[in-house]
Design a protein around this ligand. Structure first.
Ligand code: GAL
Length: 370
């Protein structure tokens, strides 16, 4: 769980912003809710010096990265950075291709805790992708500092089959998320939240587990169209559905909006601890679709102690009643039911659960054996 600069800030990322975001992560209660990593995405770079060592942009990161890492660590948080398997990043900044060991050592020396590793300007074939990700994964281990390794080749080379072996802790399963329910018309490589949430990760459940996760891309909650990515924004109802799906999918939760100026609705979505508890459940199982009937979908995530996280979703244009029978959920007997957005106990049920659900909305329930 954390925050990444790309979706909200893009090229505008600088040390002052990292400091403001880290402070806000603490003061808003995000840190207490579990958010930990502050990740600098593309465009932090200045260049390489005569010895080939990377350095950051001198105007936007005037003190360098190490003092920023110290500052972030002093707040009890962790710092992440971004690089690329090619010789240039997607933003045409210096990539780590050909400098893998040197850059991993640089990141370790700076006190970096997380590296997102992209795949622009790198060879397209799967074997080379596996080799380059493995090489950088080994370089991170050899650098001697624990760093989360986030693999970002957009799902193009079936990373769920090899990324964990390459040392990866999470891997993107698709192209970039848009701040939009449906796919925006342009540019073509963005995907809408509905498709990512309901389709992209289906069938990949078996590859996820503690320490190795399918990553459907970062959150767009609260961007409301003020972003660096495609899309005009979504309603709070849709942002709640987006967050709920990511929690049921055991997906990494990387917020993107400006934590220092987000509104109350955004904060209450991002810090709903009962929904976050589904995401962070120690079993680490990725939830999946258990039933669907037209626009109504039932998703289920097995939790520790025999509990279940259940999502009742309505993808349709009108409000609808969404129902899940015990048969849909493959359970029997009596279960206590709690609504995790209303924060209400709904009593004990023995055969089914149902809810009135707004268009593009959801009800998220926790079922515990009675
Ligand atoms: C894309 C990646 C985005 C962002 C961007 C930076 O390839 O999917 O999440 O990192 O590059 O240029």
């Amino acid at each position: 769980m954390g925050w990444n600069s790309w979706n909200g800030f893009g090229k505008r990322i600088d040390a002052a912003t990292v400091e403001v975001i880290a402070s806000a992560m603490v003061s808003t209660g995000m840190k207490d809710a579990g958010y930990q990593y502050v990740v600098i995405d593309d465009y932090w770079h200045g260049g390489r010096d005569l010895k080939g060592n990377l350095y950051p942009d001198k105007y936007r990161f005037p003190e360098g990265i190490k003092p920023l890492a110290d500052l972030v660590h002093a707040k009890g948080l962790k710092l992440g950075i971004y690089s690329d398997a090619g010789d240039r990043t997607c933003g045409q900044q210096p990539g780590s291709g050909g400098h893998e060991e040197q850059d991993a050592r640089t990141f370790a020396a700076w006190g970096i805790d997380y590296v997102k590793y992209d795949y622009c300007n790198a060879p397209d074939d799967e074997q080379t992708a596996i080799q380059l990700y493995t090489r950088f994964g080994q370089a991170l281990v050899a650098a001697g500092r624990p760093m989360v390794y986030s693999i970002c080749e957009w799902g193009a080379h079936h990373p769920w089959e090899w990324a964990a072996k390459a040392g990866g802790h999470l891997w993107r399963t698709g192209p970039d998320i848009a701040d939009s329910w449906t796919k925006p018309a342009d540019p073509p490589y963005f995907r809408g939240v509905e498709t990512i949430g309901f389709e992209q990760q289906a069938g990949l459940e078996e590859y996820a587990g503690p320490g190795h996760w399918n990553d459907p891309d970062m959150l767009v909650v609260g961007l409301k169209g003020h972003s660096n990515i495609a899309g005009d924004g979504m309603s709070d109802e849709e942002y709640r559905t987006h967050f709920s799906l990511w929690c049921l999918m055991a997906a990494p939760l990387m917020a993107a909006c400006d934590l220092a100026s987000m509104d109350r609705a955004t904060l209450s979505i991002l810090t709903n601890r009962e929904v976050i508890a589904l995401n962070q459940d120690p079993l680490g199982q990725q939830g999946k679709r258990a039933a669907h009937n037209g626009a109504a979908e039932v998703w289920v995530k097995p939790l520790q102690n025999g509990d279940l996280g259940v999502g009742l979703f309505n993808r349709g244009p009108q409000p609808a009643t969404v129902r899940a029978s015990w048969q849909d959920l493959s359970i029997s007997g009596s279960y206590k039911v709690r609504d995790l957005w209303k924060h209400q106990d709904l009593g004990v049920n023995g055969a089914q659960v149902s809810a009135e659900v707004a268009s593009h909305g959801c009800a998220i329930l926790r079922l515990s054996k009675a």
